[in-house]
Write a protein that binds this ligand. Structure first.
Ligand SMILES: [Fe+2]
Ligand SMILES: [Fe+2]
Length: 266
Protein backbone atom coordinates (compact mmCIF):
# COMPACT_ATOMS: atom_id res chain seq x y z
CA UNK A 1 0.00 0.00 0.00
CA UNK A 2 1.16 3.47 -0.80
CA UNK A 3 1.51 6.06 1.93
CA UNK A 4 3.32 9.19 0.99
CA UNK A 5 2.26 11.57 3.75
CA UNK A 6 1.60 9.81 6.97
CA UNK A 7 0.33 12.65 9.14
CA UNK A 8 -1.95 14.35 6.63
CA UNK A 9 -5.63 13.63 6.23
CA UNK A 10 -8.90 15.34 5.51
CA UNK A 11 -12.44 14.66 6.63
CA UNK A 12 -15.38 14.77 4.26
CA UNK A 13 -17.75 17.58 5.07
CA UNK A 14 -20.67 15.13 5.09
CA UNK A 15 -19.23 13.56 8.23
CA UNK A 16 -19.23 16.90 9.93
CA UNK A 17 -22.77 17.95 9.35
CA UNK A 18 -24.13 19.58 12.43
CA UNK A 19 -26.68 16.76 12.88
CA UNK A 20 -23.97 14.10 12.64
CA UNK A 21 -21.79 15.54 15.30
CA UNK A 22 -24.62 16.76 17.50
CA UNK A 23 -23.73 20.44 17.39
CA UNK A 24 -26.31 23.11 17.82
CA UNK A 25 -24.07 25.70 16.20
CA UNK A 26 -20.86 25.70 14.19
CA UNK A 27 -17.81 24.83 16.16
CA UNK A 28 -14.67 26.77 15.50
CA UNK A 29 -11.95 24.69 17.13
CA UNK A 30 -11.04 21.25 18.35
CA UNK A 31 -7.94 20.02 20.16
CA UNK A 32 -6.76 16.47 19.62
CA UNK A 33 -4.86 14.67 22.36
CA UNK A 34 -1.92 13.43 20.28
CA UNK A 35 -0.97 16.99 19.58
CA UNK A 36 -1.16 16.70 15.83
CA UNK A 37 -4.66 18.07 15.23
CA UNK A 38 -4.93 21.55 16.49
CA UNK A 39 -8.02 23.07 14.99
CA UNK A 40 -11.20 22.22 13.17
CA UNK A 41 -13.17 24.92 11.47
CA UNK A 42 -16.79 24.42 10.48
CA UNK A 43 -17.88 27.20 8.17
CA UNK A 44 -21.61 27.78 8.07
CA UNK A 45 -23.19 26.45 4.85
CA UNK A 46 -26.22 27.71 3.01
CA UNK A 47 -28.14 24.45 3.59
CA UNK A 48 -27.71 24.77 7.35
CA UNK A 49 -25.03 22.09 7.56
CA UNK A 50 -21.41 22.64 8.36
CA UNK A 51 -18.40 22.08 6.15
CA UNK A 52 -15.27 20.79 7.77
CA UNK A 53 -11.55 21.22 7.40
CA UNK A 54 -9.18 19.42 9.73
CA UNK A 55 -5.84 21.03 10.27
CA UNK A 56 -3.00 18.74 11.13
CA UNK A 57 0.44 20.00 11.91
CA UNK A 58 2.84 20.42 14.80
CA UNK A 59 2.18 24.11 14.80
CA UNK A 60 -1.37 25.43 14.67
CA UNK A 61 -0.73 27.34 11.47
CA UNK A 62 -4.32 27.21 10.18
CA UNK A 63 -3.16 25.60 6.92
CA UNK A 64 -5.66 23.04 5.60
CA UNK A 65 -4.25 19.68 4.57
CA UNK A 66 -6.31 18.24 1.75
CA UNK A 67 -3.97 15.98 -0.22
CA UNK A 68 -5.19 12.50 0.67
CA UNK A 69 -2.92 9.97 -1.02
CA UNK A 70 -3.59 6.80 0.95
CA UNK A 71 -6.93 5.17 0.26
CA UNK A 72 -6.74 1.86 2.13
CA UNK A 73 -10.14 0.52 1.20
CA UNK A 74 -9.48 1.11 -2.48
CA UNK A 75 -5.99 -0.34 -2.38
CA UNK A 76 -6.97 -3.42 -0.41
CA UNK A 77 -9.82 -4.41 -2.75
CA UNK A 78 -7.57 -6.58 -4.90
CA UNK A 79 -6.07 -8.40 -1.91
CA UNK A 80 -9.51 -8.99 -0.41
CA UNK A 81 -10.46 -11.01 -3.47
CA UNK A 82 -7.33 -13.12 -3.05
CA UNK A 83 -8.01 -14.21 0.55
CA UNK A 84 -8.33 -18.01 0.26
CA UNK A 85 -11.64 -19.60 1.12
CA UNK A 86 -10.65 -23.28 0.89
CA UNK A 87 -9.59 -24.69 4.28
CA UNK A 88 -6.48 -26.37 2.78
CA UNK A 89 -4.91 -23.06 1.82
CA UNK A 90 -2.89 -20.92 4.19
CA UNK A 91 -4.31 -17.49 4.99
CA UNK A 92 -0.95 -16.15 6.11
CA UNK A 93 0.95 -16.89 2.91
CA UNK A 94 2.19 -13.68 1.35
CA UNK A 95 4.98 -13.22 -1.19
CA UNK A 96 6.28 -16.75 -0.49
CA UNK A 97 7.09 -18.66 -3.66
CA UNK A 98 6.78 -22.39 -4.23
CA UNK A 99 10.51 -22.39 -4.96
CA UNK A 100 11.24 -21.15 -1.42
CA UNK A 101 8.82 -23.67 0.07
CA UNK A 102 10.56 -26.56 -1.72
CA UNK A 103 14.03 -25.31 -0.79
CA UNK A 104 13.10 -25.05 2.90
CA UNK A 105 11.79 -28.65 2.85
CA UNK A 106 15.08 -29.76 1.27
CA UNK A 107 17.09 -27.97 3.96
CA UNK A 108 14.96 -29.67 6.65
CA UNK A 109 16.04 -32.96 5.11
CA UNK A 110 19.72 -31.92 5.15
CA UNK A 111 19.55 -30.99 8.85
CA UNK A 112 17.76 -34.24 9.74
CA UNK A 113 20.29 -36.30 7.75
CA UNK A 114 23.24 -34.70 9.53
CA UNK A 115 21.47 -35.18 12.86
CA UNK A 116 21.01 -38.87 12.05
CA UNK A 117 24.71 -39.38 11.27
CA UNK A 118 25.72 -37.63 14.51
CA UNK A 119 23.31 -39.83 16.43
CA UNK A 120 24.97 -42.91 14.92
CA UNK A 121 28.37 -41.51 15.99
CA UNK A 122 27.05 -41.01 19.52
CA UNK A 123 25.93 -44.64 19.65
CA UNK A 124 29.36 -45.80 18.40
CA UNK A 125 31.47 -43.80 20.90
CA UNK A 126 29.15 -44.78 23.75
CA UNK A 127 29.87 -48.50 23.23
CA UNK A 128 31.60 -50.23 26.17
CA UNK A 129 34.52 -51.34 23.96
CA UNK A 130 35.04 -47.81 22.59
CA UNK A 131 34.09 -45.74 25.66
CA UNK A 132 35.10 -42.27 24.52
CA UNK A 133 32.44 -40.52 26.57
CA UNK A 134 33.49 -37.01 25.59
CA UNK A 135 33.11 -37.82 21.88
CA UNK A 136 29.81 -39.59 22.60
CA UNK A 137 28.43 -36.52 24.38
CA UNK A 138 29.73 -34.16 21.72
CA UNK A 139 27.98 -36.07 18.93
CA UNK A 140 24.80 -36.51 20.96
CA UNK A 141 24.62 -32.74 21.55
CA UNK A 142 25.44 -32.12 17.89
CA UNK A 143 22.65 -34.46 16.82
CA UNK A 144 20.13 -32.62 19.00
CA UNK A 145 21.36 -29.29 17.65
CA UNK A 146 20.85 -30.36 14.02
CA UNK A 147 17.38 -31.62 14.83
CA UNK A 148 16.64 -28.24 16.41
CA UNK A 149 17.77 -26.63 13.16
CA UNK A 150 15.31 -28.84 11.27
CA UNK A 151 12.56 -27.83 13.68
CA UNK A 152 13.41 -24.15 13.32
CA UNK A 153 12.99 -24.52 9.56
CA UNK A 154 9.69 -26.34 10.08
CA UNK A 155 8.40 -23.49 12.23
CA UNK A 156 9.51 -21.03 9.57
CA UNK A 157 7.77 -23.00 6.84
CA UNK A 158 4.51 -22.84 8.77
CA UNK A 159 5.01 -19.18 9.63
CA UNK A 160 5.24 -18.26 5.94
CA UNK A 161 2.23 -20.39 5.02
CA UNK A 162 4.14 -23.23 3.36
CA UNK A 163 3.67 -26.93 4.05
CA UNK A 164 6.30 -29.10 5.68
CA UNK A 165 6.97 -32.25 3.69
CA UNK A 166 9.46 -34.58 5.30
CA UNK A 167 11.56 -36.76 3.04
CA UNK A 168 13.49 -40.01 3.43
CA UNK A 169 16.79 -40.08 5.30
CA UNK A 170 19.62 -42.33 4.15
CA UNK A 171 20.94 -45.06 6.43
CA UNK A 172 24.05 -43.74 8.22
CA UNK A 173 27.25 -45.65 8.96
CA UNK A 174 27.43 -47.58 12.21
CA UNK A 175 31.21 -48.23 12.29
CA UNK A 176 33.63 -45.30 12.45
CA UNK A 177 36.98 -47.00 13.02
CA UNK A 178 39.61 -46.29 10.41
CA UNK A 179 42.80 -48.32 9.95
CA UNK A 180 45.17 -45.34 9.87
CA UNK A 181 43.26 -42.46 11.41
CA UNK A 182 41.50 -44.27 14.24
CA UNK A 183 37.87 -43.61 15.12
CA UNK A 184 37.92 -40.16 16.76
CA UNK A 185 39.84 -38.43 13.97
CA UNK A 186 37.84 -40.21 11.27
CA UNK A 187 34.52 -39.19 12.87
CA UNK A 188 35.64 -35.57 13.35
CA UNK A 189 36.81 -35.32 9.73
CA UNK A 190 33.49 -36.73 8.60
CA UNK A 191 31.65 -34.22 10.81
CA UNK A 192 33.74 -31.36 9.39
CA UNK A 193 32.87 -32.44 5.84
CA UNK A 194 29.18 -32.64 6.74
CA UNK A 195 29.20 -29.14 8.25
CA UNK A 196 30.87 -27.75 5.13
CA UNK A 197 28.29 -29.50 2.97
CA UNK A 198 25.52 -28.08 5.16
CA UNK A 199 27.04 -24.62 4.81
CA UNK A 200 27.03 -25.00 1.04
CA UNK A 201 23.35 -26.01 1.10
CA UNK A 202 22.51 -22.98 3.25
CA UNK A 203 24.39 -20.68 0.87
CA UNK A 204 22.44 -22.18 -2.05
CA UNK A 205 19.21 -21.52 -0.17
CA UNK A 206 20.35 -17.95 0.48
CA UNK A 207 21.21 -17.47 -3.20
CA UNK A 208 17.79 -18.72 -4.28
CA UNK A 209 16.01 -16.43 -1.75
CA UNK A 210 18.04 -13.54 -3.14
CA UNK A 211 17.04 -14.35 -6.71
CA UNK A 212 13.32 -14.26 -5.85
CA UNK A 213 13.86 -11.23 -3.58
CA UNK A 214 12.45 -12.88 -0.46
CA UNK A 215 13.93 -10.44 2.03
CA UNK A 216 12.42 -12.10 5.09
CA UNK A 217 13.84 -15.52 4.18
CA UNK A 218 17.25 -13.94 3.57
CA UNK A 219 17.17 -12.33 7.01
CA UNK A 220 16.08 -15.63 8.61
CA UNK A 221 18.96 -17.60 7.05
CA UNK A 222 21.52 -14.94 7.86
CA UNK A 223 20.47 -14.35 11.45
CA UNK A 224 19.63 -17.93 12.46
CA UNK A 225 22.01 -20.16 10.50
CA UNK A 226 25.04 -18.71 8.75
CA UNK A 227 27.03 -17.45 11.73
CA UNK A 228 26.44 -20.63 13.72
CA UNK A 229 27.47 -22.69 10.70
CA UNK A 230 30.78 -20.87 10.30
CA UNK A 231 31.48 -21.31 14.03
CA UNK A 232 30.79 -25.07 13.81
CA UNK A 233 33.24 -25.40 10.93
CA UNK A 234 35.91 -23.56 12.90
CA UNK A 235 35.39 -25.69 16.01
CA UNK A 236 35.52 -28.99 14.10
CA UNK A 237 38.62 -27.85 12.22
CA UNK A 238 40.35 -27.26 15.56
CA UNK A 239 39.34 -30.72 16.82
CA UNK A 240 40.66 -32.35 13.63
CA UNK A 241 43.97 -30.48 14.01
CA UNK A 242 44.32 -31.53 17.65
CA UNK A 243 43.52 -35.17 16.86
CA UNK A 244 46.07 -35.19 14.04
CA UNK A 245 48.72 -34.14 16.60
CA UNK A 246 47.89 -36.71 19.26
CA UNK A 247 47.93 -39.87 17.12
CA UNK A 248 45.66 -42.85 17.70
CA UNK A 249 46.53 -44.13 21.17
CA UNK A 250 46.81 -42.47 24.54
CA UNK A 251 46.47 -39.01 23.05
CA UNK A 252 42.93 -39.76 21.93
CA UNK A 253 42.00 -40.55 25.52
CA UNK A 254 43.37 -37.14 26.59
CA UNK A 255 41.49 -35.43 23.78
CA UNK A 256 38.32 -37.16 24.93
CA UNK A 257 38.90 -35.98 28.51
CA UNK A 258 39.39 -32.42 27.28
CA UNK A 259 36.18 -32.65 25.26
CA UNK A 260 34.23 -33.96 28.29
CA UNK A 261 35.59 -31.13 30.42
CA UNK A 262 34.77 -28.47 27.81
CA UNK A 263 31.23 -29.77 27.33
CA UNK A 264 30.62 -29.82 31.08
CA UNK A 265 31.95 -26.27 31.41
CA UNK A 266 29.83 -24.97 28.51
FE1 LIG B 1 22.60 -27.37 11.12
FE1 LIG C 1 25.81 -27.90 12.40
Amino acid sequence: MLLTKSCSFSVSSSFLRRENVGLSRPCSSLKYSNGLIHAVKYPQRKDGGVGGVVLASKEANNRPVLDVVFEPFEEVKKDLLLVPTVPQASLARHKYTGQCETAINEQINVEYSVSYVYHAMYAYFDRDNVALKGCAKFFKDSSVEERQHAEKLMEYQNKRGGKVQLQSILLPLSEFDHAEKGDALYAMELALSLEKLNNEKLLNLHKMANEVNDVHLLDFIESEFLTEQVESIEKLSQYVSQLRRVGTGHGVWHFDQMLSHDLLAA
